[in-house]
Design a protein around this ligand. Structure first.
Ligand code: TYD
Ligand code: MG
Length: 422
């Protein structure tokens, strides 16, 4: 049951009766004010936003607790202040002293951000109306509550009310509002997900808390593409942009059995990542299928195609697949790389690369064929930039079995070849 504030009945009924016909306008004649975007001073964040914050827009920054949402917003606010933009930081989770403690790690600009610690929505709204900042951060949307609703902070009714009021403020006063929202791994909690239709832009912060790399991507963006992704690293003085992510992942690739470099696309940006697989005999029925950074169902499909069409049977083995660095690849172009990694791990021989590790991309079809994926030229160019040659990619008539034959040595005599296990 979701509690909502009672609507003002009379108003809407009266309006419905007195409705007058409007004159539709051809879109080309619609006046469109030019909006100057506000740069957050963090290149990767600006890029994901589509060029910076849009005045009057509502951005939801979602992510698991501890991933760095407060850190990135505090840095961005610091940069905005330094650039002469007025900002306000509303913290509902931490005291201003705690916010200061974080800002001290981020540098002098972050320390000049004006902040309040408050959980009462009316007080927050009143402060924003009085201060009229250009940019306002609410950290987090789950901690504020409206007194007219009795639901606990973070409940669907409350979260919706907070977002609705902020939306009204943003549009009316032209303030860019960033709502921070906590999402658990399952993403299913009655939290910020219910706001996705309401806000202009949803940014998702992903990564493993224990790992260094974090990715920021737009799940929805009314003012830009949802294709771009920013890569960050958590350092002692805040989040640092990682511009040469491919170079790092390639340099760290082990080249051992089960290791391959995937030419993945993160939206419109090519990214080289290392996929690793481990295949180990098991007594478990059914055997384990564990994936990290790769969709489990996708892995199941690839294992089935490997067994049926490429003679790699790992039915009596546990299979672990992981993308190094805690990155997630959720695109079909990663299929071939995953298949190669599993086959190589099962046979216990490394993949045939050139001077560097073997790179691959391509979708694996259900009939064992390799399918084309978008942007082959960009993927090849990125691999070329780091001297990765050859690159295994879909070609005319090339099947998964052919690709395995090209990339894999036969198992040495007497070796424990798990790919032929039942
Ligand atoms: P935080 O931004 O508070 O996460 P969130 O708001 O998403 O819950 O910080 C995440 C973690 O990052 C926290 O455990 C401390 C760590 N951290 C650093 O390693 N370096 C830093 O400079 C800062 C500010 C935080
Ligand atoms: Mg926080």
């Amino acid at each position: 049951m979701v509690e909502e504030a009672a609507p003002q009945k009379q108003g809407s009924a009266a309006r419905a009766r007195s409705g007058r016909a409007l004159t539709p306008v051809p879109l080309r004649d619609v006046q469109m004010p030019a909006v100057a975007r506000l740069s957050t001073g963090i290149g990767e964040l600006d890029r994901v936003l589509g060029g910076g914050l849009v005045p009057g827009s509502l951005v939801l920054l979602a992510g698991e607790p501890g991933i760095g949402k407060s850190t990135i917003t505090a840095s961005a606010m610091g940069n905005l202040v330094a650039a002469g933009t007025s900002v306000l930081y509303v913290s509902g989770e931490e005291s201003v002293a705690q916010v200061r403690l974080r800002a001290e790690r981020l540098g002098p600009d972050a320390l000049s951000v004006p902040a309040i610690a408050e959980t009462n929505l009316d007080a927050v709204v009143a402060t924003i109306e009085a201060e009229r900042p250009d940019v306002c951060v609410v950290d987090s949307v789950q901690t504020l509550s409206a007194s007219e609703l009795s639901g606990a902070p973070g409940s669907v009714g409350q979260v919706r009310e907070v977002a609705g009021r902020m939306m009204g403020l943003a549009k009316r006063l032209g303030i860019a509002v960033v709502l921070v929202g906590h999402v658990t791994k399952e993403g299913a909690i009655a939290g910020p997900r219910v706001l996705e239709h309401l806000v202009d832009c949803v940014l998702q912060f992903e990564g493993e808390r224990e790992r260094t790399y974090r990715t920021l991507r737009a799940l929805k963006n009314r003012f830009g593409s949802t294709n771009d992704v920013g890569v960050f690293e958590m350092a002692d003085n805040g989040l640092v942009e990682v511009q040469d992510a491919s170079a790092r992942f390639v340099a760290e690739a082990t080249r051992g059995p089960g290791s391959v470099v995937i030419c993945a696309m993160e939206g419109s940006r090519p990214l080289l990542v290392e996929a690793q697989a481990l295949v180990a005999r098991t007594e478990l029925v059914p055997p384990r299928r564990v994936s990290n950074g790769v969709d489990r169902n996708r892995l199941a499909l690839i294992l089935a195609v490997l067994a049926r069409h490429a003679g790699v049977r790992v039915g009596s083995c546990d299979v672990f697949v992981s993308i190094a660095g805690g990155v997630r690849v959720d695109e079909p172009g990663a299929d071939l790389g995953i298949a190669l990694a599993v086959a190589s791990a099962a046979r216990g021989v490394p993949l045939r690369g050139g001077a560097g590790p073997l790179a691959a991309f391509g979708e694996v079809g259900l009939t064992g064929e390799l399918r084309h994926v978008p942007h082959p030229d960009r993927r090849l160019a990125e691999a070329g930039k780091f001297g990765l040659e050859p690159v295994l990619a879909p070609g005319p008539g090339l099947t998964l079995a052919d690709a395995l034959e090209r990339a894999l040595e036969p198992a040495p005599a007497g070796a424990d070849d798990l790919s032929v296990a039942a």
